[in-house]
Ligand binder design. Structure first.
Ligand SMILES: C[S@@+](CC[C@H](N)C(=O)[O-])C[C@H]1O[C@@H](n2cnc3c(N)ncnc32)[C@H](O)[C@@H]1O
Length: 187
């Protein structure tokens, strides 16, 4: 199983404007990462899950999990994914995962709770070991949004995982996701 775990500063308010994802704390970035993680053109990757930890106001944290094996009734576009995020934000209850859409569930788990639940952690960071020098086949790939991972949370993730680099450039988060999928697809 391949997991992408994204730390995001985006909104936890389900009333965000679906036509202005930029103003929703960059939910557009989250949606593009979700697309790059789960879709191969018109097919879904059934061995991948994408989890986003949302840490923006008004009531963070909220985690949303998209399971590529079960996902359905969702259009692979920023708006299609944002529609499901909106549903999730309105359905969240407590730290237990609650199903809110086909193959999607939501919880009040924090980023640190999510890290505790996963293993084989690689934190995507340009200063880590270059992926081309490793023989990684799968694992949990942790990444940040346009503002990166908050320092305390990054330190926590690194207690269990190690830094993995895609090269010297600081890439868009969605590009980093796509590159990891592509590199691992070659194996
Ligand atoms: C746009 S970057 C974040 C930029 C932010 N200013 C920072 O310095 O963390 C978004 C995410 O993509 C991942 N990323 C970007 N470039 C990378 C690289 N060369 N190697 C590994 N991960 C990378 C990192 O996880 C990063 O948090």
């Amino acid at each position: 199983m391949r997991t992408f775990l994204m730390y995001s500063h985006a909104t936890t308010d389900g009333n965000f404007d679906i036509d202005n994802l930029y103003e929703a704390g960059r939910l557009d970035v989250v949606a593009r990462c979700c697309m790059g993680a789960l879709w191969i053109s018109e097919h879904l990757r059934d061995n991948v899950q994408f989890i986003v930890s949302l840490n923006g106001g008004p009531r963070p944290p909220i985690a949303i999990r998209f399971d590529g094996q079960k996902l359905g009734d969702i259009f692979p576009s920023e708006k299609g994914i944002a529609f499901v995020i909106k549903k999730a934000l309105k359905a969240v209850q407590d730290k237990d995962w609650v199903a809110c859409h086909q193959g999607v569930s939501v919880s009040r788990k924090s980023f640190q709770d999510l890290i505790k639940d996963v293993s084989n952690i690689y934190v995507l960071d340009s200063k880590g070991e270059n992926i081309s020098k490793t023989n990684i086949k799968d694992g949990t790939f942790v990444l940040g949004d346009q503002a990166g991972i908050q320092a305390k949370e990054l330190a926590f993730a690194l207690r269990k995982g190690k830094k993995l680099s895609l090269g010297k450039y600081n890439y868009l988060a969605s590009f980093a996701v796509a590159v990891v999928n592509w590199v691992l697809d070659q194996k």
